[in-house]
Design a protein around this ligand. Structure first.
Ligand SMILES: [Zn+2]
Length: 320
């Protein structure tokens, strides 16, 4: 073998070695990315809430739990800015690519300004302190500043979902074809004017008959009105339901029982993941974990709940 041939072979060997190790590094990096990068999630229930303070200026940080008395952990968050920043950090951690964001629009717009494209902005409506006019909403939709309607929290003020006072809002949502979230279930925060009886899901029947094109989703799948939510969802296929606060506010076993019943009833294609993040960003991870730990769900069913059902309901292109 000539000296030149030896040098040539050695050079080829070195080049192959370099290319090989680069390829290996690339593969390791891809693998690491795959391990780290979770598949996308859409959170269909988030709030841009302010901290609430008691008279001596201290922030209210306790997280509710039902039945009361067992777990009632305080959050570590102490300021409005922290709620926003830690929420965004949790969204990154779990690869939550979009969050339906409802609250007083002042807060919603502030969050959207900080993280454009991350949220689906929507006005909360309680008809007490939050009572935007139809004209105002129409103008905001036209400008593209809001993209959904609700959460309706009118149950907290003793207003039934079929009360005629809500009708102009439902008409507007139907006309503009925007999705609507309503709190209609058996429980909520302890507010004196809250009425469990007004959370009966079948109170929505008249609304759905009158507004057949309404794209409605119901908080916590109407928990604990299981039979009623099944009948409503069977009769009105346009209705979806979220699994939000019940992922962390009631015992995990109870949540899994409820979810399993909804799955057995065949409703797995119309359940939407949500965290109901208010001032407790850690609830986002708790909500994700509550779905992931449901061992009666297949991987495909989990992906439907986390992502594909929302893509269909919101009529998003998957790549978005
Ligand atoms: Zn909510």
């Amino acid at each position: 073998m000539s000296r030149y041939l030896k040098i040539l072979l050695l050079s080829v060997f070195i080049i192959l070695l370099i290319v090989g190790s680069t390829k290996q590094e690339e593969q390791t990096a891809t693998q690491q990315l795959a391990d780290h990068k979770r598949p996308p999630i859409i959170d269909m229930h988030m709030h841009a809430s302010w901290m609430r303070y008691i008279s001596d200026g201290r922030a209210i940080i306790t997280r509710p739990y039902y039945p009361e008395g067992s777990i009632n952990e305080p959050t570590t968050v102490t300021s409005d800015e922290e709620v926003l920043q830690l929420t965004l950090a949790e969204m990154d951690k779990y690869n939550i690519i979009k969050g339906f964001l409802s609250d007083d629009l002042k807060n919603v717009y502030r969050w959207v300004a900080t993280a454009p494209d991350r949220f689906i902005p929507s006005p909360m409506i309680n008809l007490k302190t939050l009572r935007p006019s139809i004209d105002f909403l129409r103008a905001e939709y036209a400008k593209g500043r809001i993209k959904a309607l609700g959460e309706f929290t009118t149950q907290y003020y003793g207003i039934a979902p079929n009360d005629s006072v809500l009708d102009p809002y439902f008409s507007l949502a139907e006309e503009l074809d925007v999705p609507v979230l309503i709190h209609t279930l058996g429980f909520g925060a302890h507010v004196p004017t809250f009425r469990s009886s007004l959370g009966h899901p079948l109170l929505l029947e008249e609304v759905l008959v009158k507004h057949p094109k309404l794209r409605l989703w119901i908080e916590n799948a109407g928990y604990p009105f299981l039979d009623e939510i099944i009948s409503l969802m069977y009769m009105y296929p346009q209705v979806y339901a979220d699994l939000s606060t019940i992922t962390w506010v009631i015992p995990r076993e109870t949540f899994h029982d409820y979810l399993e019943s909804l799955m057995r009833a065949g409703l797995g294609k119309r359940l939407l993941f949500g965290s109901d993040q208010m001032i407790w960003p850690e609830t986002i991870g708790m909500a994700v974990e509550a779905i992931e730990s449901a061992d009666f769900l297949t991987e495909e069913q989990k992906r439907d709940i986390f992502y594909y059902n929302a893509v269909r309901f919101l009529r998003l292109k998957e790549a978005q």
